[in-house]
Design a protein around this ligand. Structure first.
Ligand SMILES: CC(C)(COP(=O)(O)OP(=O)(O)OC[C@H]1O[C@@H](n2cnc3c(N)ncnc32)[C@H](O)[C@@H]1OP(=O)(O)O)[C@@H](O)C(=O)NCCC(=O)NCCS
Length: 207
């Protein structure tokens, strides 16, 4: 990835020009880092604030609250077969993306969800960029995802990441696959993204 240090994508600030679709948020500076077991309460609170619509798009069913098992499973990852990264503002967790290695060892299934008031401001894309970086570092070469056919924002994010996406439709769900090798096209896409938010990246293994 362009500008990468040894431990993660370089923090970057994209331009400051508002693109008009963003809603109010508590800060314009977000930290992106690997999830930690201690993030359980923040993850639970994040989930409780999500709209039913966002939850449905993520889980394909109503999922009003996270169980203790959900929280344990989501926060306790090994960084090799199960990876997850979170975005945090000064007071709350505002997004999470995860990748779970599939039976085919160099592939992982990904999912992402962002707080409703921060959607369409580049958070989902920034989380996926970080996940691409971390997953590539442990030998994962391709991401797969299942997305409801109605979920155009998610489809757009995947298609605009900068990787060649292939997809097929199966009973209302689009299954996408793309290699995550950082090609020149991907580097260019990363550099050209614009958002009003600034993203700081904390290397995996800190804290
Ligand atoms: C789908 C989802 C994860 C996308 O996350 P997001 O943070 O909204 O995505 P991004 O902001 O990175 O990208 C969305 C669009 O906003 C645009 N955008 C980025 N910064 C922007 C800004 N400052 N102002 C306006 N638009 C902006 C992006 O260019 C992108 O547009 P494009 O797809 O046409 O390129 C989010 O909408 C969500 O959580 N949805 C509910 C859960 C869900 O559907 N999960 C998917 C499960 S597979």
């Amino acid at each position: 990835m362009a500008g990468d240090g040894p431990t993660g994508p370089a923090p970057r600030r994209r331009d400051n020009e508002s693109r008009g679709r963003g809603e109010a948020h508590t800060t314009d500076r977000l930290l992106i880092r690997a999830i930690r077991p201690a993030d359980g309460d923040a993850l639970r609170a994040f989930h409780a604030r999500l709209s039913p619509q966002s939850v449905y798009l993520r889980y394909f069913s109503p999922h009003p609250q996270l169980s203790d098992d959900d929280v344990r499973r989501f926060t306790c990852v090994d960084g090799t077969d199960r990876l997850a990264v979170v975005a945090l503002d000064q007071v709350r967790l505002v997004g999470v993306a995860r990748a779970d290695r599939l039976g085919v060892a160099d592939r992982a299934e990904v999912a992402v969800i962002v707080a409703d008031d921060l959607q369409h401001q580049g958070v989902g894309t920034a989380l996926l960029e970080r996940l691409v970086h971390d997953a590539s570092g442990v030998g994962i070469q391709a991401f797969e995802a299942d997305t409801l056919i109605s979920n155009q924002p998610m489809l757009d994010v995947f298609h605009h990441l900068g990787f060649p996406v292939t997809s097929h439709l199966d009973t209302g769900v689009i299954h996408l696959t793309f290699p995550i090798t950082a090609t020149a096209d991907y580097e260019r896409a990363c550099q050209s993204r614009q958002t009003t938010l600034a993203f700081d990246s904390e290397p995996t293994g800190d804290g």
